[in-house]
Design a protein around this ligand. Structure first.
Ligand code: WT7
Length: 665
């Protein structure tokens, strides 16, 4: 197959084959895979369903507990559920000490690969040593149990060290994705009242260096709650160190004691806060605790990916700054003692085949990525994939957004050599762990469907009005019973937590925020968000957040942001902008200026792909912007009901505008 398909004629053959395969409805688990799978008997679903608390308890018992829990679920005050309440546990202990004690200290935890080709293998023993030192260093700075520690680092081993050091002493971390701008970091440090921030001198991206510490300094100066900034020396980028506030990571490490036993924490001790986008401009601080979260991530990582820790090489291509990285780069894989790949760089740097080169080099057997990335690889062509020996791969996964069947089939054929099952895993920052997914040795897959709930999970599709189950059709996705890895609340916003997730159908039904369809076989097909959240390349953004960034530009009077369907990124940001003063149209420079402004306020990934100048925006009589109409117009759909608009003419003007734009190409 290899050479044939690197030629244009080969691409044509592939295209024809993909088209033909679109007809296939179901893919059974490959026999060879099933025979060797950890779970291959469908009875696991019934057993878990019959005694779901018992099922989760059995999963919890796979972990190390200083004190095993006897109370499984405290559901006395929904929706504030508590799991394994009388147990004592530590996540860092489970990710490190346990494996070292079992004689696996020499096992590689991460094959780290830097952007410029540097390589570092970190064993469990190495990380056990570094994490203890850094935990002591944090203590030396006065950080203790319950203090929040911000982490704003690129994909370097220190990010794992920092997270696990926090977990070791019971200081919840608040990681901010490296792609967010410093302004967003400040906001998150402020909301969570972080006492310290661990960051880096500079970060590399495609051959350039971003002066991260400098950018952080520009915005963090007057934040009084932030007492310390620890700086990892990574690129050698110039940075000023402020006396009394800033310290170098390597210096505090040198001074710290070598031994730091893991704190025996309550199962419900908060492990981390992770900010995610919601319906309003203010991000939500999702709180995860220790025992339940660890139970959820280790069990799903083991069974969904059929992990054999002594044989497999795992690679989750996400950034550690998103929940996918927390759960499936750090806590799940390390809790299970897996060997992983961690890559600092972009998928197209130094070349478009780098992922596959690394898969071959490290013998990756299990690979987990986002549909957007698969679509990008499709565009770059099979040549980049076929140059490399991917015969060790035995399972593929996707996450983050619905995958279109054609991308699924391409992944299956070109990357998976038609022999690897694909697990399309649905979950969220809030759910902590995978919730809807095939078990690869049991469930037949259908391209584009996340299939069925993980054992013990009660997911359903219900009608909008009454919340009654929909048998074969579309509705809202809900989760009808608590699960161990669920968020416990929104940081310092209990009311918002109840309001956002548990007001629509009562305190015992979690409203996901996604629309979904259930087919005749009971398979779940995720359609997309029902709130004002946009999913750009698997990155979650709130329209309100982007709007407020645009409006803060001095020439802008008003803005409305929508997610528009996009071939590459799933959805793309499209902004309708009204300028200050008389001018309706802005220049091309202003478009770039507004985009750059959003880049600085939120992060480059939030920049609008398209800006449409508009004299006015469609509003209801009470002044609410009708985004539904804007979505219709941007996607070129027929307009729905416009009679409730304050000024129906606004829409026809906008329509003319879009037509003009399309005519211009
Ligand atoms: C939203 C959650 C959890 C990892 C990354 C995103 C969408 C997630 C899938 C999937 C269709 C998916 C949903 C969800 N989503 N996985 N397999 N198929 N849609 O986490 O940023 O919290 O976003 O991502 O819309 O609600 P997140």
């Amino acid at each position: 197959m290899a050479d044939m398909e690197t030629t244009p004629a080969g691409e044509e053959t592939l295209e024809a084959k993909l088209e033909a395969m679109l007809e296939i409805e179901k893919f059974e688990p490959p026999e060879e895979f099933r025979e060797d799978a950890l779970l291959s008997d469908a009875s696991v679903y019934e057993e878990a369903e019959g005694d779901w608390k018992g099922w989760w308890t059995a999963q919890a018992k796979e972990l190390h507990w200083f004190k095993e829990p006897t109370e499984i679920l405290d559901d006395s005050n929904p929706p504030f559920y508590r799991w394994f309440t009388d147990g004592k546990i530590n996540a860092s202990y489970n990710c490190l000490d346990r494996h070292v004690q079992a004689g696996n200290g020499d096992r590689v935890a991460f094959h780290w690969r830097g952007e410029e080709g540097e390589e570092r293998d970190l064993t469990y023993a190495d990380l056990h040593r570094d994490v203890q030192r850094f935990a002591n260093a944090l203590k030396d700075l006065g950080i203790g149990k319950g203090d929040i520690v911000g982490i704003y680092l690129p994909m370097i081993p220190e990010v794992v060290v920092a997270m696990l050091a926090c977990a070791r002493i019971g200081a919840p971390h608040n990681v901010v994705f490296g792609g967010f701008a410093a302004d967003s970091v400040r906001e998150r440090m402020e909301f969570s009242e972080a006492k310290a921030l661990v960051t880096v001198d500079g970060a590399r991206r495609k051959g350039k260096t971003a002066p991260i510490k400098q950018q952080v300094d520009d915005v963090m100066g007057d934040l009084e709650t932030l007492e310390h900034i620890v700086v990892v020396q990574h690129t050698g980028a110039d940075c000023e160190m402020h006396d009394g506030r800033d310290v170098w990571f390597h210096e505090v490490m040198d001074k710290a004691d070598a031994e730091c036993p893991a704190e025996e924490l309550d199962a419900e001790h908060p492990l981390y806060v992770l900010y995610t986008s919601g319906s309003t401009a203010k991000p939500k601080g999702v709180v995860h605790t220790t025992g339940g979260y660890m139970t959820g991530v280790t069990s799903t990582h083991r069974y969904v990916f059929d992990l054999k820790p002594d044989r497999d090489v795992w690679w989750c291509s996400a950034d550690v700054g998103w929940v996918t990285g927390h759960s499936y780069i750090v806590y799940g894989p390390m809790g299970n003692g897996a060997t992983s790949v961690m890559y600092e760089g972009a998928p197209d740097y130094p070349h478009k085949g780098i992922w596959w080169e690394l898969c071959e080099r490290y013998g990756v057997t299990l690979f987990y990525t986002a549909p957007t990335a698969i679509r990008a690889c499709m565009k770059w062509g099979v040549g980049h994939v076929n140059k490399h020996d991917l015969s060790k791969l035995r399972l593929l996964g996707t996450v983050g957004e619905p995958i279109n069947p054609k991308a699924w089939l391409w992944y299956h054929m070109v990357v998976g050599g038609e022999r690897c099952p694909i697990v399309d895993t649905w979950w969220q920052t809030e759910t902590g762990a995978i919730m809807i997914t095939p078990l690869p040795g049991i469930v037949a897959t259908k391209p584009g469907s996340a299939t069925r709930p993980f054992p013990g999970v009660a997911a359903d599709v219900v009608d909008e009005r009454e919340g009654k189950p929909v048998a074969d059709g579309q509705g809202l996705l809900v989760l009808k019973r608590p699960w161990p890895a669920m968020l416990r609340t929104l940081y310092k916003e209990d009311e918002r937590f109840v309001e956002t997730y548990f007001s629509r159908f009562g305190k015992e039904t979690y409203l996901v925020g996604d629309a979904a369809r259930k087919d005749k076989d009971g398979y779940v097909w995720i359609i997309g968000r029902i709130d004002d959240v946009v999913n750009v390349s698997g990155h979650r953004l709130s329209t309100a957040e982007v709007e407020s960034a645009i409006v803060s530009h001095q020439l802008v009077a008003e803005a409305a942001v929508i997610g528009q369907s996009d071939e590459d990124s799933g959805q793309a940001i499209c902004a309708f902008v009204t300028l200050q003063g008389e001018a309706v149209e802005g220049s091309d420079e202003l478009v770039e200026d507004i985009r750059a402004h959003v880049g600085v306020r939120i992060g480059k990934f939030a920049r609008p792909k398209r800006i449409i100048w508009s004299d006015d925006l469609p509003k209801t009589r009470s002044g609410k912007i009708m985004r539904r109409l804007l979505r219709d117009i941007a996607d070129g759909r027929a307009l729905g009901d416009v009679t409730t608009l304050r000024d129906p003419d606004v829409m026809s003007q906008l329509e003319d505008k879009i037509k003009e734009e399309q005519a211009e190409g």
